[in-house]
Ligand binder design. Structure first.
Ligand code: ADP
Ligand code: ZN
Ligand code: ZN
Length: 735
């Protein structure tokens, strides 16, 4: 389409960029990858259009390289639309795609190391993290920088492991993986039941017919949604198309991998953030060249340079992890739908607890709902009941004398729950206790003068982590030593409220012979750690597992028959309009862990408000009624999905500067029909890592063109140094 010598616009993967003009040194198409120099940097960019700068011809630089690989015109359109939608620049969107700096260079020659599993060395947490990093990369050799980046350990740790012979130098040449071992076959091992087959038939017909269509695969926990979308994945794959299976990181379990392998006769190509640089490069190139046609990955897999996509599946579509909030704000589910729409292929969103947004799209006839109403193999749904904590008051427990904390302790487990735990253990079954709060105690306070331990850099309290032996800030990760006494009045400090470590203490005293395990992001520092726990659950080496939301998803523990939710009220009173929806989803998912084997399960929700509509809805299993009530409330409040929101977050290192910029924004605020600007208000967490934060919220009805209004508004204000302005379209987080 373009000839050597033509002047074209090249989009560069850079935030502040909408394209520069270059002279092509070889023929190229729209979307062709090229290498260009900008100042002293070399970038891989793409041909984005005809050049239109008013520079004299002799000032226009030549491209450094023109590659035969390219993005499709549809992909360019997707970049453009995504930019309009999210208000990220096209260059920032391209940076999500072109994030492999050496994608077109020969593999780098670097010293690699193998992990020597036979070495005898004391296993510290850091060394375990290194072992896990190798494990999550198929035990392939790694460079030192890979080990440090993936295991998040220091150079000293790696050096020590090399000296002790745990890491052994091996070849220096990077061999490119032969991806033929990932070729999928139809193993014919799965027979779908009637409902599954009907759902798969619909999707498969859409794949055969081609063109965009969107499905909500709406099936209760344990109904076998995975096998349905595997069936459709095979349909697209066997037609020669590419398939992307997206899921939250913590759903990428060994259980899932082995199901995949049984179905397709090959291990999946897995994409997530902890891969070696070499592996990322290979997968990226493999996808670009069409050597890899099926990938199982987290949200960033959407940005691989896909060729001929024929199907995207977004599993657990309601999951918060699809929303990216750091490097640009986008919702991977929505951007996947956009990609499918522009390129014209079907997309499947799967969930047992679909988001309100998706249910509204079903109601509007935009997505077709495919329901799976029974658990596969006839397992019954668990019986869900509340325990009224106003009547069944948890008993105190005692820590025997001799320790610092000896004496009576506030209990959190009601007698009703304790009795059921006892019965369940007696029958040889397993118990899960859910409490979505990390650490031992969320509040560290002096009872005499009221002093509370606060993070010095963030406006949040410090949490006492007993295993760590420290106070930890959950915003910035800062740790401090335990205060021996109140720094203000010198009196003793007390630890208030309960996190999961505290619940474990109570369990260990009330059920001394039960074997317990803790599961949270503190103990499950890698997927491997989670795998070890899952294996222990499967072999029956754990009786009671106590965990946060990490436990809520994906896992299939056949012998787990009781789920106890320690504090079902915790999420009910958030200020965010999605609080009820999110609490419902979370508790419903947790409940779905119980009774997945032959023995029916029980779920007990401890609450002070058994009459609360969210809890009533969970107990009756009436998701549809609950969601329609929640959605009706949102409709009358004009909240999404019935109104649009864009958050503008201003952050600065000095409060005076922050105030000034907010004033400038107020003065420049647009007055557009159907658009309401709220704020600025101090963010709920006003201070993070010593920066101060204010928020504006722009609300509009469905017809208002919010994005252009906001875009125009913020360009009117020049930001001084050390002030950041973040735009979050359709925000999920209001902190
Ligand atoms: P969901 O994702 O809907 O919660 P899963 O896909 O985890 O459900 O399925 C629940 C269990 O039933 C899994 O152990 C799965 O392997 C099994 N299963 C589902 N469908 C089939 C099928 N058609 N044939 C055999 N096993 C199945
Ligand atoms: Zn005090
Ligand atoms: Zn902090």
């Amino acid at each position: 389409m373009f000839k050597a010598g033509d002047i074209v616009k090249i989009l560069i993967p850079n935030v502040v960029n909408t394209g520069y003009d270059y002279r092509l040194t070889a023929d190229a198409d729209l979307g062709s990858f090229v290498k260009v120099g900008v100042m002293n940097h070399k970038y891989i960019g793409v041909v984005y259009g005809i050049g239109d700068s008013d520079l004299p011809e002799n000032k226009i630089k030549d491209t450094l390289d023109v590659f035969s690989d390219k993005l499709s015109v549809n992909d360019l359109q997707w970049i453009q639309k995504m930019s309009t939608w999210t208000l990220m620049t096209p260059g920032a969107v391209l940076r999500l795609i072109v994030n492999i700096p050496d994608a077109f260079s020969p593999p780098r020659v670097e010293q690699l190391y193998k992990y020597n599993a036979d070495s005898v060395v004391r296993m510290t947490d850091a060394r375990q993290a290194v072992a896990d990093a190798f494990d999550s990369n198929y035990n392939e050799p790694m460079s030192i920088s890979d080990v440090q980046n993936i295991a998040k350990v220091s150079g000293a740790v790696v050096k020590g492991m090399i000296q002790r012979g745990v890491l052994i130098p091996c070849d220096v040449r990077v061999q490119e993986t032969d991806f033929s071992k990932y070729q999928c076959k139809d193993m014919g091992t799965v027979r779908l039941n009637e409902e599954q087959a009907a759902a798969a038939l619909e999707i498969n017909q859409a794949i055969d017919n081609g063109g965009f269509s969107a499905y909500l695969l709406d099936g209760i926990t344990g109904s076998g949604k995975t096998q349905v979308y595997f069936d459709s994945a095979w349909r697209a794959y066997s037609r020669g198309q590419s398939v992307l299976l997206m899921m939250p990181e913590i759903a990428l379990t060994a259980q899932f991998m082995s199901r995949y392998e049984k179905r397709f006769g090959a291990p999946p190509v897995v994409w997530h953030s902890n891969l070696t640089a070499a592996r990322r490069r290979e997968i990226w190139r493999g996808v670009l060249r069409g050597d890899i046609r099926m990938v199982v990955g987290t949200r960033s897999a959407l940005f691989l340079p896909w060729q001929n996509l024929g199907l995207i599946v977004v599993d657990e579509e309601h999951d918060g992890s699809y929303k990216q909030e750091d490097m640009g704000n986008y919702h991977a589910r929505d951007m996947a739908v956009l990609r499918a729409k522009i390129s014209g292929f079907p997309i499947v969103l799967a969930s047992a607890t679909p988001s309100a947004e998706t249910l509204q799209n079903v109601a509007d006839g935009k997505y077709k709902q495919l329901r799976l109403t029974s658990r596969f193999g006839g397992a019954s749904l668990p019986k869900i009941e509340t325990i009224d904590l106003r009547e069944d008051k948890p008993e105190q427990y005692k820590i025997s004398s001799g320790t610092e904390e000896s004496g009576p302790q506030t209990g959190y487990l009601s007698q009703g729950l304790c009795e059921t735990i006892r019965e369940t253990l007696g029958a040889g079954h397993q118990v899960m206790l859910f409490i979505n709060r990390r650490g031992f105690a969320p509040v560290v306070q002096c009872k005499k003068c009221g002093w509370v331990a606060q993070c010095p850099d963030c406006s949040v309290g410090m949490t006492y982590h007993k295993q760590l032996g420290k106070l930890l800030c959950h915003m910035c990760g800062r740790t401090t030593t335990l205060p021996e006494k109140c720094p203000v009045c010198g009196d003793a400090v007390s630890y208030r409220g309960a996190g999961l470590e505290k619940i474990q203490e109570e369990v260990n005293i009330k059920f001394p012979s039960a074997r317990t395990a803790l599961v949270s992001s503190d103990t499950m520092i890698s997927r491997q750690a989670l795998e070890r726990l899952v294996a222990k659950m499967e072999t029956g080496d754990i009786d009671i597992v106590i965990g946060t939301q990490i436990l809520a998803k994906g896992h299939h523990f056949p012998n787990l028959t009781l789920v106890g939710v320690v504090d079902a009220d915790m999420g009910l009173f958030g200020t965010d309009f999605r609080a009820a929806e999110h609490t419902f989803q979370q508790l419903f998912q947790v409940a779905g862990r119980a009774g997945r084997g032959t023995v029916p399960g029980r779920v007990l929700l401890q609450t002070y408000q058994p009459e609360h509509p969210v809890l009533k809805a969970i107990c009756s299993g009436n998701r549809d009624a609950f969601m329609s009530a929640d959605m009706a409330a949102r409709r009358s409040a004009k909240m999404p999905p019935y109104g649009q929101l864009i958050a503008i977050i201003v952050e600065a290192d000095k409060e005076t500067k922050l105030k000034k910029v907010c004033e400038m924004l107020v003065n420049a605020a647009p007055a557009a029909a159907g658009v309401k600007i709220m704020g600025p208000i101090a963010a709920q967490i006003y201070q993070v890592r010593n920066w101060y934060r204010m928020r504006f919220l722009v609300a509009g009805d469905m017809r208002a063109m919010l994005q252009p209004v906001v875009k125009h508004w913020v360009t009117k204000v020049r930001l001084p140094a050390n002030v950041r302005l973040k735009i979050d379209v359709n925000p999920q987080n209001f902190m």
